[in-house]
Design a protein around this ligand. Structure first.
Ligand code: ADP
Length: 170
């Protein structure tokens, strides 16, 4: 079955979904943007699990393009899937690492049995990836990934990001 892609203009922390994807950083210990919002609204349980991950398998942090799940705390979801996007560099950035964030998050979602997954536009904030290019990579990767996830919902914080995604999926 092919995954259904939907779009929402809004705040990802207000979504109801099986899993909410966090645009995390490799420390897994919080940051700004989506990361800050998820920890603020989801409460301390999420950070507590992230610390446990750092104390065990992810002692050196989560690598760029990888994904790992924790509880969703008080969010309206069962899991948060943390993934680390690549920082955009004008001198050259690897789009396969951004694609990997979507692919790996969906792989983790499949392991968990999640059927609805909400994604932010990974790497397009502090990590500066141009929205047009990031959106194209996001949509193409999700479409090309073999997954049991039924709905991938892109949650876009601002109107322009929403428009960019809307042009790609309609
Ligand atoms: P990154 O470090 O991967 O660039 P950011 O969190 O800085 O991650 O930004 C990723 C995208 O998420 C940006 O387009 C930003 O505008 C958007 N964003 C920020 N806060 C939220 C939120 N609460 N819900 C959905 N999207 C958000």
């Amino acid at each position: 079955m092919t995954v259904r892609i939907t779009l929402v203009h809004g705040d990802i922390t207000e979504q109801h979904a099986d899993a909410i994807v966090n645009a995390a950083n490799s420390s897994l210990l919080g940051g700004g943007g989506v990361d800050g919002a998820i920890h603020r609204r989801g409460g301390p349980e999420i950070l507590a699990e992230c610390r446990k991950l750092r104390a065990s398998y992810y002692g050196r942090g989560l690598g760029t393009g990888q994904a790992v799940a924790t509880t969703a705390g008080r969010l309206n979801a069962r899991w948060v899937i943390h993934t680390v996007g690549p920082v955009y560099q004008a001198s050259g950035s690897d789009p396969s690492l951004l694609a990997s964030c979507y692919r790996e998050s969906l792989r983790v979602a499949d392991e968990l049995g999640a059927r609805t997954v909400a994604f932010p536009a990974i790497s397009t904030g502090v990590y500066r990836w141009p929205m047009d290019d990031a959106a194209r990579i996001a949509v193409e990767t999700v479409r090309a990934t073999d997954t049991a996830v039924e709905e991938v919902r892109f949650v876009l914080f601002d109107e322009r990001a929403y428009q960019v995604f809307a042009e790609l999926i309609h």
